[in-house]
Design a binder for this molecule. Structure first.
Ligand code: HEM
Ligand code: HEM
Length: 185
């Protein structure tokens, strides 16, 4: 096995990681744009993109998790404290859990409103057989909004940790997720 294969994520894992990161940021900006829209109708039209992109993110994250079974991550960075290893694992788990649960929750909420989800007219997710209830839909969306904030806080923490490890501790963490830069082993 080459040094690269032992200390870096696979090329496809890197591609999926950065794709998910970009899509999640775009997803957040769409929900902000909808909130700032001048009219309810305009906000609704912008939000249709958030619903559709949510379905796409779910699919890309599911692919990432399948690929993770085929090509597991390299062993954790040597020299990190045990609490850092556990915390990193916990944050990564929380990302995958949130990125799968949030779109499903969105689907359930839309179903409670009796609405399908159109993915830019390409295909639609039908309403699930859940009880029709505006109150249920609204409660789920409130939780979804709070989860969205939690997700963003974790993203900030995650990115700062990666940058601190790479440029302050100089332990090469960031290069594990990039095709260039030194491979350590
Ligand atoms: C929405 C944004 C992001 C999400 C959802 C995200 C999610 C994740 C997840 C789930 C992992 C674990 C990969 C696995 O083992 O399967 C990971 C690893 C990693 N991420 Fe991110 N990430 C994001 C943004 C970033 C940014 C902005 C940076 C850099 C500044 C970054 C740097 C890294 C690095 C270096 C690793 C590998 C860590 C290690 O070797 O243990 N990520 N990320
Ligand atoms: C992984 C996919 C998704 C992510 C990362 C995500 C993320 C977010 C974020 C960050 C917010 C803004 C929270 C705030 O600033 O208050 C938000 C709000 C919202 N999202 Fe999503 N979302 C996803 C999928 C979906 C889906 C599939 C739907 C609907 C089918 C949906 C419906 C909504 C609604 C209605 C709001 C406004 C909630 C409120 O504050 O009342 N989202 N989402």
């Amino acid at each position: 096995m080459s040094l690269n294969a032992r200390t870096k994520y696979s090329g496809l894992a890197m591609l999926l990681h950065w794709l998910i990161a970009v899509l999640v940021i775009v997803q957040w900006r769409i929900s902000e744009a909808a909130e700032e829209a001048p009219t309810r109708e305009a906000g609704g039209q912008i939000m249709a993109n958030h619903f559709a992109l949510g379905v796409v993110i779910f699919i890309v994250v599911a692919l990432r998790l399948l690929w993770r079974q085929v090509s597991p991550p390299p062993p954790q960075v040597p020299g990190h404290a045990p609490w850092e290893r556990s915390f990193a694992k916990l944050v990564h788990f929380a990302f995958y859990a949130l990125l799968l649960v949030m779109p499903v929750a969105g689907w359930i909420a839309m179903s409670a409103f009796g609405e399908p989800i159109s993915v830019w007219g390409l295909f639609s997710l039908p309403a699930l057989p859940v009880p029709r209830s505006e109150a249920l839909g609204e409660t789920i969306f409130e939780l979804h909004g709070a989860s969205g904030i939690a997700l963003l806080v974790l993203v900030a923490l995650h990115a700062l940790a990666a940058l601190k490890h790479t440029f302050v501790d100089k332990d090469g963490t960031l290069w594990r997720m990039l095709p260039f830069g030194p491979a350590r082993g």
